[in-house]
Design a protein around this ligand. Structure first.
Ligand code: NAP
Length: 481
């Protein structure tokens, strides 16, 4: 299956005909080719987006909300195919792709359509005048997304961008192009006006850079690594583009001494290893009260050892392949670093797999890994690994837990596990981060702000925050007679 660009409502090759190879990381086999686009392709996409802009933005927001519903319906009708494409591109378990990626991609469109219907006019009365706030589109916006939750994250940006009357030029990760194209197929099937949604495939430093540099693209919403985000900011800021940056994380899972141990262990397991630890929100540092650390750790190891890690198509698989051989080697190098820094690998760290259907030996499979005994300031415990690796750290007091949680350059998310929700709530407010879950993890209400502090990003997305980012407020003040 080849991934072509989608420009002005038509699937096209890159202008110079160049392609990249798309591999399935679970088998090492070729899925197809991907258009390797350049500035000239981005130029075509921007032209199409600019031509479509006026007609699209002149629709009433509720009409655009109806288009989002149609996109959701179209994706829902092809949900199983969506999950299969996502699983093949990423190597993640099909069951996970169905439950999380496919469902959330559909939900993103439905959520923003419904959210639009619940908007109240923004009017501010003065004694002698009335202020009306109108939300104008920004124009053509650039959306750049990573490979870990491909359509889930892209649709999270496409839906509010279109809703607010913008036209889109998007670049998914070149490792995972297939579901962005499924969205474009749906757009074509439902007759979404040409040029409103454009997808240009290829490498970040080529296509992504062309999007950042294009003067007609007035806003950039980027999700990816912190190093790339720094580069994105440096490129876009001198042009005064609106910028939303959703970057990396090194999140703490804090287990207090009064936590329900079974609930906490299961929560830490889910937070640590969902999607093979390749979620920006994953709790890769487990901070556990010293008084329960031994019990907690032995239960955790038992559950980790029971995890089925194998072929993505096996419905019982909990951990599939990592995104690529290169990424697996990077994760392994961190496990080696952990050992050099004085850590004990309690379990994992090997490529040996389990499961009813044996995974391909060519696949990028790595067992979930738990490392104990590291300083919380070590590189292994402070740098983002983005794989199935967690480190365990002990604390004696709430203050110490807060100090350890805040001791990285990141500040994206975290979770606290305790039977005393007031105590947990107080601790949560002292964690330098964007989200803290108490006795749960990745429990999302799409109306709430999503984003990070410190090196985890800039700005927030979600509900009103997304509508704010993808629009320019215009205040009209009318003096009374
Ligand atoms: P990445 O390497 O930063 O890539 C993200 C996107 O940026 C990809 O589409 C990439 O294209 C593109 N890109 C690379 N260089 C570029 C350039 N010079 N100009 C413009 N675009 C460029 O990140 P990743 O490895 O795909 O994803 C993993 C990272 O994303 C992790 O750090 C994770 O924490 C983070 N993440 C954050 C969130 C969040 O919401 N905070 C959510 C998910 C993931 P190529 O793929 O072609 O290089």
């Amino acid at each position: 299956m080849n991934a072509l660009n989608f420009i002005n409502g038509v699937f096209v090759d890159a202008t110079d005909g160049q392609t990249l190879t798309n591999l399935n990381p679970a088998t090492g086999q070729t899925i197809g080719t991907i258009a390797r686009s350049k500035d000239s392709d981005v130029e075509e996409a921007v032209k199409a987006a600019a031509s479509a802009q006026e007609a699209w933005s002149s629709l009433d927001m509720l009409e655009r909300a109806t288009w989002l519903d149609r996109l959701a319906d179209g994706l829902e009708a092809r949900k199983e195919e969506l999950a299969h494409r996502e699983s093949r591109d990423t190597g993640k378990p099909l069951a996970l792709a169905r439950r999380v990626d496919a469902q959330r991609s559909i939900d993103n469109f439905r959520f923003f359509a419904d959210f639009a219907r619940n908007q109240e006019p923004e009017v501010f009365e003065m004694r002698d005048a009335t202020n009306f706030v109108h939300r104008n589109p920004v124009g053509t916006v650039g959306l750049i997304t990573p490979w870990n939750l491909p359509l889930y994250l892209l649709s999270w940006k496409v839906a509010p961008a279109l809703l607010m009357g913008n036209t889109v030029v998007a670049k998914p990760s070149e490792l995972t192009p297939l579901t962005a194209n499924l969205m474009c197929e749906v757009a074509s099937e439902i007759g979404l006006p040409s040029g409103v949604l454009n997808v240009v495939h290829g490498y970040g430093p080529e296509v992504g850079q062309a999007i950042l540099d294009h003067p007609s693209i007035r806003a950039i919403s980027f999700t990816g690594g912190t190093a790339t985000g720094r580069h994105v900011a440096a490129s876009a800021a001198p042009m005064f583009k609106k910028l939303s940056l959703e970057l990396g994380g090194k999140n703490a899972t804090i287990i207090l001494d009064d936590a329900d141990l079974d609930v906490a262990v299961n929560g830490a397991l889910r937070a640590g290893f969902t999607n093979g630890g390749q979620v920006c929100l994953c709790g890769s540092r487990i901070l556990v009260h010293a008084s329960i650390a031994e019990k907690f750790t032995s239960k955790l190891i038992q559950l980790v050892d029971e995890m089925i890690c194998g072929s993505p198509e096996d419905e019982s698989t909990q951990i599939g392949a990592l995104i690529s051989q290169e990424h697996m080697e990077k994760v392994e190098s961190y496990i080696q670093l952990g050992i050099e820094e004085g850590g004990n690998v309690l379990t994992g760290g090997t490529r040996e797999m389990t499961g009813q259907v044996g995974p391909s030996p060519e696949g990028a499979f790595l067992r979930p890994t738990v490392i104990d005994g590291l300083q919380h300031t070590s590189r292994t415990a402070t740098e983002e690994i983005f794989g199935p690796v967690v480190t365990i750290h002990r604390f004696e007091s709430d203050e110490e837990a807060i100090e350890i949680a805040n001791s990285t350059e990141y500040g994206l998310a975290g979770s606290i596990w305790s039977n005393d929700t007031d105590r947990a709530h107080k601790i949560a407010q002292k964690i330098q981060t964007g989200i803290v879950w108490v006795n749960t993890w990745l429990h999302r209400d799409l109306r709430t702000p999503f984003g990070g502090v410190k090196n985890s990003g800039l700005g927030r997305e979600g509900g009103a925050w997304s509508l704010g980012f993808f629009s320019e407020p215009l205040n009209v003040c009318i003096k009374h007679d």
